[in-house]
Unconditional design. Sequence first.
Lengths: 448, 448
Amino acid sequence: MNQLQLDPATEDEAPEDAGIAEIANLVATGEMADAVVALDRLSPDSQAEAVASLSPELAANLMEHVVEASAVEIIDHLPTNVAALILDEVTSDHRADLIAELSEANAAEIIDQMTPEEAADARTLMQYASDTAGGLMITEYVSFQADQTVRDVIEDLAENADEYRHYDIQYSFVCDGERLVGVLPLLDLLLSKRATPLRDIMVANPISVLDTMSLDDVEDLLESHAFLGVPVIDAQGDLLGVVQRAAVEYARSEQQRSDYLKSQGIVGGEEVRSLPLLDRSKRRLSWLSVNILLNIMAASVIAFFQDTLESVIALAVFLPIISDMSGCSGNQAVAVSMRELSLGLVKPNEALRVWFKEISVGILNGFTLGLLIATAAMLWKGDAMLGFVVGFALCMNTMIAVSFGGVVPLILKRAGVDPAIASGPLLTTITDMCGFFLVLGLASLLLV
Amino acid sequence: MNQLQLDPATEDEAPEDAGIAEIANLVATGEMADAVVALDRLSPDSQAEAVASLSPELAANLMEHVVEASAVEIIDHLPTNVAALILDEVTSDHRADLIAELSEANAAEIIDQMTPEEAADARTLMQYASDTAGGLMITEYVSFQADQTVRDVIEDLAENADEYRHYDIQYSFVCDGERLVGVLPLLDLLLSKRATPLRDIMVANPISVLDTMSLDDVEDLLESHAFLGVPVIDAQGDLLGVVQRAAVEYARSEQQRSDYLKSQGIVGGEEVRSLPLLDRSKRRLSWLSVNILLNIMAASVIAFFQDTLESVIALAVFLPIISDMSGCSGNQAVAVSMRELSLGLVKPNEALRVWFKEISVGILNGFTLGLLIATAAMLWKGDAMLGFVVGFALCMNTMIAVSFGGVVPLILKRAGVDPAIASGPLLTTITDMCGFFLVLGLASLLLV
């Protein structure tokens, strides 16, 4: 815990210490949202110190509310034995997500120090991608054997009431050995005689999902049924856990968030400003440096038409406008395609259908925008031909932009590339090149 | 129902009819996700026809799965009496959202034809903004009086089992008259003697939220507690409904989605490509036409430096690069601010803190990007001074971009303007103007 052995005379010590004390108070009174904000204000070392000063239960509770990127940073700064104690207490699905983000060496060391049961659980859940039923499920559920009676269940519930109070026990599950054979609405339990075996009152052949089922498919299933959760089984039919509706909605919200951040160039995972400066700079640069190369490539088109530019210098004013407006139109089409893909309203192989829907919008909008820019050019220079050149170029390039914008996400998805990251840069490179070529090519024919 | 009286010989009739039959089959077998896709493939008239051909219960179920913008379009195409029958069956929170999106005249006419109970319910829920507890709650809950006994409750549950099966009844609520006085975990009911009055086993003074509480605050509350739902009360303490955790997660997901779409220029509400062409074109143009004016304004800076450009025509190649790269850097900062605002990690009045965090990244990234573009310029033209001008301009403008990008969402939020819509256009206008001025101003000093 070398971070904690800092010279006590360090300049920042006093306010950071106050922050650590404040967090302990907020966590103790259950004000988790405020505790998270206070934690975010501290340096990574102090964040770890604050978390380590809490009981493992409270620390786990706090860690479940922190942004994942910050939580991973904090665990990295904790001694592995402290991290293991805390992770023992984190809910099973969060735990697996956090451990999966740690460096392999650190993860292995921490798992070794966890209680054997939780460690085994973490190893199992880590094998699932976070957007599968296995990755979404929690392993905290209540199950009974089919030959147990209502009385057995009620006695068990009474005995373990404290533990179960934190579970979602609208349903409990009925198994034959490990195999899921029924679900038992709590309501039905209330309405039955104590000596009835569960087999007689359970809902047999319950709807369940395979551990490998995708988030999209689990979502579709929950859309078609009013369940608050659905049991997860493996290929043998053995019960593994339960996916709650709230977990599915949360995962979808995280996916929307991630798509938004990626589309704006935050690509290496979430950024909060309490993360170390160099990490933030490096992550952003990784995306910016690809973009600057693409930009230079696109702008090189301009260099080919240097003579044209020299004779009609006014064109230099319109090049950035054409570039930016085509990017805007294209990004609208990208956003609609991303959304329709995520809703399942369009399949990656329906590029032609999308193109048809986009080009019709592109003709209308291209014509309108072209007319606007042509008017502006004529008003400024009194040159009808200049107006025609920039207007026609923007009109054509708007059609190109919406066509590519609509189709590119589908093609990228088919090719297995994340469309949220790659669509924007790919689109603007294409539209910039086409736009510059259209303006300057037309000008060299009509204006020089 | 004039849409349904189309000439049966219309060209598209056959495939559209097949689609309508397919939807009825898919809905009947519970394959809602597929039914939604099939519905999306039809024209608005046929969509309405397909929905009208279902029983009100099934139609309501289908409508709950359709994108809101499409659902509103469909209701607009239905005769009001059919729409009223269907809306009677839609869950209370969805119903209020849909009616709120209809034109006022249409909404009034439909509500008049709904059953009085559902109509009153809809009128009440419509008064709440969709991001408040009142707008998020459902009014389908189970409640009892404090002086009723466990036996009373069990008898009521048995009697109404069919109706309650669709409710979330992990908890039922205990009232004194209308006033919420306790919650009753179903589990506790199981463990109590039949003659016990609820007052003796309920959890008294339960945590509840006011109907006016914001989504953010409800979310904070659910983060601090493991509840699957929380009761909603009015200022008098009367029970109004229940907000489920899944509804909060869903609302958050919708907000993320909406921020993403707005940032990409889809601003007038969601767009799916089955919406009418003119609507889609008009909505996109409303945003594009603002952007083209801002673009022309920004590019007018270039016109002031026409002489400089004429003598160093190579600069025309770098103007779009500087404009685009500054936009990229700035948008990264916007995205992080949007995210920190939505997480509550930064308050709208903490602009100085954000600026401090951004400028440090801006110095590092500006220096790196400036060096890259300077190198490219020197390699191309062999002119060190040209390299210095474009490199220094990009470096400075990156710092400007991240500063504005980080701070603009906070300022807009404080001013009550939606930062998801306005941040991008505002940012790129500022960075374009500054970028063009830096490149051309420096060039006029150093290169001419």
